[in-house]
Ligand binder design. Sequence first.
Ligand code: SAM
Ligand code: SF4
Length: 330
Amino acid sequence: MIIDNHGRTIDYLRLAVTDRCNLRCFYCMPEDGIQFLKKDALLSYEELLRLMRLLAQEGISKIRITGGEPFLRKDLVSFLENLSAIEGINKIAITTNGTITLRHLDALVHMGIRSFNLSIDSIDKARFEKITRRDSFDEVWSCFEQMSAREDIELKLNCVVMADQNIEDIIPMVRLTQEKNISVRFIEEMPFNGDGKFNKETHWNYIKILQHIESTFGKAIKLDDGKNSTSLNYGLEGFAGSFGIIPAYTRSFCGSCNRLRLTPQGSIKTCLYDDGIFNIRDIMRAGATDNEIIAAVKEACSHRAKDGFEAEAKRKINPHVSESMATIGG
Ligand code: SAM
Ligand code: SF4
């Protein structure tokens, strides 16, 4: 078992398999993209599978696949097939932008992957294209329609709330949950945008988002959030689905954090806001034994920051949060 210095059991890994992306969401990446990693800088699938087996033996039971856009990594589906066969991994979830996801959907469901977070920041084509800087709305909307029509899929929508960009989408997106049994989650924008420019003055925090929703629909019904949830979840009378608000910038959920992050180039992060605790790829390629690898992970978790504010204050290499979320995984 991996238990941190604050008594929190770590059983969930967020695994970013690539930093590449076919969209350029302005809150995540600069228009020209970022300096993408070379192939040999990425942990190979063989290295990842070895690591996942070791982590599963230590109680990691849930893995979220993210990126960049995970489906841009070659042979991802075969990797997932092998990953899903590892004993102890009970749940694999995927966060995707939905541009090329549909072509893999049946294979994924067939191997037992049913939990998808689809990122869609606007249901208006023009606004979507302004935010993502790409003409992909039709593909993403079609992905949404097909996924939300399937009963064998648990679908959540991720919507980053941005002043002057998509405030007019909040209410229509809540309305999507009237007929559909999906959850729409509104995420506070964070400064992980690749250039570090971030306006705190106009920022929409979770309180403002909830007030905005309640000003249209009336008082929302607070739902049970579950043990390690990052979202505050709500329902509306007569609605089939629900909505959630993720205080990602306010960081009010850190007390129950059960997550570890692994970046595409092998950096282990014990908090979204730290700048990498150590590089596991380097020790693996230097010949670390299984025991040494697990010992290094446990050591990292033995001085884990209490919350995202402490992690941010302790950043060493890059004190100011400015890296792209595509290099971390979100
Ligand atoms: N490309 C995939 C996608 O967009 O779903 C997976 C990777 S993306 C980095 C994971 C999640 O992080 C997405 O839901 C995205 O909206 C969110 N995200 C990216 N940058 C963010 C930021 N600066 N603040 C808040 N959320 C962010
Ligand atoms: Fe790509 Fe996802 Fe970042 Fe948008 S949020 S640029 S889709 S990695």
